[in-house]
Design a protein around this ligand. Structure first.
Ligand SMILES: Cc1cc2nc3c(=O)[nH]c(=O)nc-3n(C[C@H](O)[C@H](O)[C@H](O)COP(=O)(O)O)c2cc1C
Length: 176
């Protein structure tokens, strides 16, 4: 069947529909031009392949993290735990302190492979080398080759319908 040409969806309809897709929340960490840790909240993380281990994140092209990743060709991800909403909010705020003024140094340790910050108390950590980057519309799709990862048995933070929540009872209902 041929696709019918319709008007573009209204931005509000697209946003409202996309909000119904729950995600986890992670802090993407990079090193800035002075090799200081930089953190950015993201929820666009998707795993692509198991062997080789590849993951994808989507960043606004204007995100400072894009330039940092292109410079160092590496990044890390800390998947936030259910009680880390403060970190999620902090690393999304556009006017947050950068460089020496950022709390990131105290809240993390450097990853052994990339030097990128790994947040304390996170559910999982990934250290990645940049595999490739592609600009699509006003975003950059960043594919990372996973160099190392680790997971803790803690409940992750969930972003759903524009709010932070905890899966809670979901831990008792697996899909398998
Ligand atoms: C829950 C949540 C998820 C977000 N996910 C993304 C994302 O996947 N990609 C992105 O570019 N920005 C995302 N943002 C917005 C960035 O965190 C925000 O624009 C940040 O200030 C960018 O910082 P930077 O320019 O230093 O990288 C998200 C914000 C929140 C609160």
């Amino acid at each position: 069947m041929a696709i019918r040409q319709l008007d573009k969806p209204a931005p509000e309809a697209y946003r409202a529909s996309a909000r119904q897709w729950p995600t986890g929340v992670a802090v993407l960490t990079t090193l800035d031009g002075d090799d200081r840790p930089h953190g950015t909240t993201i929820n666009s993380l998707t795993t692509i392949a198991l062997d080789p281990a590849l993951l994808l994140i989507s960043l606004r092209a204007t995100s400072r993290s894009v330039a940092h990743i292109l410079r160092t060709r590496s990044f890390a991800l800390s998947v936030l735990a259910h009680d880390q909403t403060e970190e999620a909010r902090h690393y999304a705020a556009p006017n947050r302190a950068q460089g020496a003024g950022s709390p990131l140094g105290e809240q993390s340790r450097p990853g052994p492979l990339t030097g990128c910050a790994l947040l304390h108390r996170a559910c999982a950590h990934f250290e990645c080398a940049l595999d490739s980057m592609q600009t699509v519309a006003d975003h950059c799709l960043v594919i990372g080759s996973v160099l190392a990862c680790s997971a803790q048995d803690t409940t992750p933070l969930v972003f759903s319908q524009g709010m932070f929540t905890s899966p809670g009872a979901a831990r008792t209902a697996s899909i398998g």
